[in-house]
Design a protein. Structure first.
Length: 300
């Protein structure tokens, strides 16, 4: 989530500072300008709305003053409007600071985890030492009885992969993503991961980028490779928090951390982030899954 960063850009772009406003002419013009800028900031910070915008505290005032009683001065009305705007800005600032704090905690925790995990992966991928050659004199060659089994397994695997139809839509990126998706549906996880990794490398900003990175994480998760799944899912969320599958990636990231036997506190932080950023837009099925996950981890 980069809400805090977007908000900072918005405030800088729209010039929210007392000096600029003070030079804008009359009080009425200043208030109108503040109201326009507040709406613009809300659109910038909360694109698409989704129930996350700050509810306006400025409402149209109906004149209920009894006849003969002097009405409030225009300056007093404008002062009230300015006070309401300032209150809105304070509310938004508080929300931004809270989101920034949560994001910093999540990034620090995952950064430490990723560094430790990378070290483990490098250790696992290191080539094993080759044993010294044994003397062959007098050794009878083993019979080939055990060879046919691996050969048959390899042939069966190749046949299953060949049975998965490769799409031909005329869009190379779309074809590659769909092929990876079909391999994942066929539970051919290593082959699916390879196709999705290729999409990630060739089309990092393609229209299916969010889909492909999320599916890559799910593929690793289904293949019991939770460490790689956690990395792929976290990267999809942070790379594009507004992506079509960013919320899904946070949801499955929590599941990956559970498989890795991470502390409940880390898993709960992911669920909190998911609810905070996407709660209003989650499907009923995912909301139920989040509720169950939080209950299982005894999140507060």
């Amino acid at each position: 989530m980069r809400i805090a960063f977007a908000a900072a850009l918005a405030f800088a772009a729209f010039g929210f500072n007392g000096t600029a406003i003070a030079q804008d002419g009359t009080v009425g013009q200043r208030v109108d300008k503040l109201e326009r800028e507040m709406r613009a900031v809300q659109r910038k910070v909360f694109p698409g709305g989704a129930g996350m915008t700050v509810e306006p505290q400025i409402t149209q005032q109906v004149d209920t003053t009894p006849p003969g009683v002097p009405a409030t001065t225009p300056l007093a009305d404008l002062t009230q409007r300015v006070a309401a705007l300032e209150s809105q800005i304070q509310t938004m600032t508080g929300q931004i600071e809270q989101n920034q704090y949560r994001m910093r905690q999540l990034e620090e925790a995952f950064g430490a985890y990723k560094a430790a995990n990378d070290a483990r992966i490098k250790a696992l991928e290191a080539p094993e030492p080759v044993a010294d050659a044994m003397p062959t004199e007098g050794v009878v060659a083993a019979s080939g009885d055990s060879a046919p089994a691996p050969a048959r397994a390899s042939a069966d695997r190749a046949a299953k992969v060949a049975a998965v139809e490769k799409p031909s839509t005329g869009d190379a990126g779309e074809d590659l993503y769909l092929y990876g998706f079909r391999l994942w549906q066929a539970k051919l996880y290593p082959e699916a991961a390879k196709a999705l990794e290729q999409y990630k490398a060739k089309y990092p900003t393609g229209k299916r980028a969010s889909f492909a990175r999320n599916l890559l994480g799910r593929t690793y998760l289904d293949d019991n490779r939770a460490s790689l799944a956690a990395i792929a899912l976290y990267e999809n969320y942070t790379a594009n928090p507004n992506g079509e599958r960013a919320a899904d990636s946070l949801y499955y990231l929590a599941q990956a951390l559970v498989k890795l036997k991470k502390p409940a506190g880390e898993v709960c932080k992911v669920y909190e982030e998911l609810n905070s950023v996407y709660g209003a837009t989650l499907s009923a099925e995912m909301k139920a899954g989040v509720a169950k996950g939080r209950a299982d981890q005894r999140c507060k």
